[in-house]
Design a protein around this ligand. Structure first.
Ligand SMILES: [Zn+2]
Length: 278
């Protein structure tokens, strides 16, 4: 973010584990926030965390994506083409190509069908998916991001929370890149995704993981901790439990920073999940 915001305890609220409904035990004190771990299931999350109104303010900030991986796409305003040599943009393109290729591999066939991206940002992945042959739709909470995706790229992107989006179920693919760690209730998030994906469809996502080497070695200095935005911290195990509760089976995890879908990411993974037959 460009302009650092100072949050106080008035902007925060305490929450329980989304799986067990119990208070967490302290891991890191990052006042006015804290990172806690559920004593029952081990899920790590932020509590106190920002209230919903404060979160919406954060994502509406036009500076939210600037300076991050989307910086090159929006610099100089919406009309400017992404700068092709920007290192962050190159990484972004590598992930996009790698994730589209992974999608074809796990499905055992090429592009074609309906794809939904939740947390579409400025629409860069959706734009690439559409060019690859997908009928692409998206949902994005940030008004700045959703406006860019719609007006500049001409994409079908709903601005708001996933649960409020008027979507027709039966998607062949639902994907969520670096999104689930931001949502108020990840169980509700995956249940909604399950209701939208076809029984023979596939769910792909990426997220940081708190059992990664950087997270374990760096403690409060872990660069991905960001307690205002990253309010849930999964491990492959807690994520598998969470997905199972939502009717999805975690079938594949890509950790390697050498895999194109996860290029250069030492503390994040790409997961593949499939609907459990109802
Ligand atoms: Zn729990």
């Amino acid at each position: 973010m460009t302009a650092p915001v100072t949050w106080t305890s008035e902007d925060t609220e305490e929450v329980d584990c989304c799986l067990c409904g119990v208070r967490g035990r302290p891991v890191h004190d990052l006042a006015p926030f804290a990172v806690v771990r559920c004593p029952r299931c081990g899920l790590v999350f932020v509590s106190p965390r920002l209230r919903p109104e404060a979160l919406q303010r954060l994502y509406d900030d036009v500076g939210y994506f600037e300076g991050g991986v989307y910086g090159g796409a929006v610099e100089g305003g919406a009309a400017q083409e992404p700068r092709r040599l920007d290192p962050a943009m190159l990484l972004q393109r590598t992930w996009t190509a790698g994730r589209l290729a992974l999608l074809d591999r796990v499905r055992g066939r090429g592009p074609g069908g309906r794809l939904l991206e939740v947390g579409a940002g400025y629409g860069l992945f959706l734009d690439a998916a559409r060019r690859a042959g997908w009928e692409a739709s998206g949902v994005e909470l940030s008004r700045t991001g959703a406006r860019h995706a719609r007006e500049v790229l001409g994409l079908d992107v709903f601005c708001g929370q996933l649960a409020d989006a008027p979507l027709r179920p039966g998607f062949d693919v639902v994907c969520a890149w670096d999104t689930v760690e931001h949502v108020p209730d990840p169980l509700e998030f995956w249940r909604t995704a399950r209701s939208l994906v076809a029984d023979d469809g596939v769910v792909l996502f990426s997220t940081p993981y708190v059992s990664s080497l950087p997270a374990r070695l760096l403690g409060t200095r872990w660069w991905t901790l960001k307690p205002a935005e990253h309010i849930w911290h999964f491990t492959p195990r807690t994520h598998a439990v969470l997905l199972a509760r939502a009717g999805l089976a975690l079938t594949r995890v890509v950790h390697s920073p050498l895999a194109a879908a996860n290029a250069g990411r030492l503390d994040s993974l790409v997961g593949v999940a499939r609907p459990v037959p109802r």
